[in-house]
Design a protein around this ligand. Structure first.
Ligand SMILES: Cc1cc2nc3c(=O)[nH]c(=O)nc-3n(C[C@H](O)[C@H](O)[C@H](O)COP(=O)(O)OP(=O)(O)OC[C@H]3O[C@@H](n4cnc5c(N)ncnc54)[C@H](O)[C@@H]3O)c2cc1C
Length: 345
């Protein structure tokens, strides 16, 4: 049998999109090799079974702002095929889409099966062959540059070109490596931070807007500003998720053991000192618990911070000692937490 012009390894969303695009661009004989008996299984469960097809942020420069790392690298791809092109692509193929309030794009039917059907029918209409239960175990290359593709059961398919679209399956990395490619080890990203900080769980559920957080590792400084959520295991929320992505490789190299700095206040040392002095002079008879130098902090969080610093929450502002004032300012400016692990969000 004549070799195929293109063999696509992996029958997921990427494999189908690749095969259809190749066919639409003149590649003649194409085959998709899928290891399991089912096609696009991940699409089926995506978006809670509704499949969030794209995001209606049409301008690539705006879209990349949602990618903590790699935005610039993605810009080239998005400039060639932007979110609007994805929208048009599916609609032209008969899949009706809708834009939700938060700009997510779903099929009108709210069913991921319709996305699967659209991709499968588009591939078949372009005469793409599909072979399931063909888990690619080994790929070799003949002297005349033809690929021999072997399944687990030793069946063989030959092709002039190959595209690996095996998703997160480790077999794809191994196949690429055996063909001479260098693999950069992928590491987790977008996770939350665990800490054993005493009493922090008393603040579980507290959320604070627009907080600066910082990590210093391997002589590198990573910072982010965003909303912070305290959970029963540590810290979460957009600020943490984005920082986990920005510092993903360094955090992995440290086995997720590092110090997290939280800046509860963006005021300078002098400004905070002035605020605390104001409270001492004007609210001297008020208990610390009842008046906060940083209004952004919730009462629960303020009580926790006072406990962490070691100051009695019932103390009056007028009775605050100089070293206590100093500790309070330092904590509000740069509060340190020992992070002991990561948690998938
Ligand atoms: C719960 C959940 C919800 C999600 N929601 C959304 C969403 O709403 N919108 C969105 O855009 N994304 C969503 N995603 C992400 C999205 O599903 C994936 O990014 C996408 O499906 C990846 O497609 P892929 O083709 O790269 O990989 P996969 O879907 O993993 O496909 C790879 C295919 O290759 C096959 N394969 C692997 N190794 C071999 C081999 N050696 N030989 C032959 N076949 C092989 C696998 O069996 C698989 O079928 C979600 C993911 C999850 C888990």
């Amino acid at each position: 049998m004549e070799p195929f012009d293109l063999a696509v390894v992996g029958g997921g969303a990427a494999g189908f999109m690749t095969a259809i695009t190749a066919a639409e661009n003149g590649v003649k004989r194409i085959i998709i090799l899928e290891g399991t008996s089912k096609l696009m299984e991940k699409v089926r469960i995506s978006g809670g079974g509704r499949c969030n097809v794209t995001n209606a942020t049409w301008i690539p420069n705006e879209l990349i702002e949602n990618y903590p790392r790699g935005g610039i690298q993605l810009l080239e791809s998005f400039n060639r095929f932007a979110a609007g092109d994805v929208y048009d692509w599916f609609e032209k193929k008969g899949l009706k889409l809708k834009i939700e309030e938060d700009l997510r794009v779903f099929p009108v039917s709210n069913s991921s099966s319709d996305v699967i059907d659209c991709l499968r029918k588009s591939a078949l209409s372009k005469n793409v062959e599909i072979l399931t239960k063909f888990f690619v175990k080994e790929i070799t290359k003949t002297p005349d540059n033809i690929f021999n593709i072997f399944s687990l059961k030793k069946a063989k398919v030959t092709s002039k070109n190959i595209i690996l679209s095996t998703g997160g399956n480790p077999s794809g990395y191994k196949l690429a490596q055996n063909l001479g490619h260098t693999i950069v080890k992928p590491v987790p990203s977008l996770f939350t931070f665990s800490t054993k900080e005493p009493n922090l769980d008393e603040c579980s559920g507290v959320s604070i807007r627009g907080i600066d957080i910082e990590i210093n590792l391997n002589n590198k400084n990573f910072q982010n500003r965003g909303d912070l959520l305290i959970t029963h295991w540590g810290f979460s929320g957009p600020a943490v998720l984005k920082l986990s992505s920005i510092a993903a490789r360094e955090l992995y190299s440290q086995k997720y053991k590092f110090d997290l700095i939280i800046k509860w206040s963006s005021l300078s040392y002098e400004e905070l000192k002035e605020k605390i002095n104001y409270l001492r002079l004007n609210k001297g008879k008020v208990n610390l618990i009842n008046s906060r130098p940083v209004p952004l902090l919730t009462k629960r969080l303020w009580i926790f911070l006072l406990k962490k610093i070691g100051i009695d929450k019932e103390k009056k502002w007028a009775d605050l000692l100089a070293d206590e004032r100093e500790k309070m300012i330092n904590t509000l400016m740069r509060d340190k937490y020992i992070i002991s692990g990561n948690n998938k969000s």
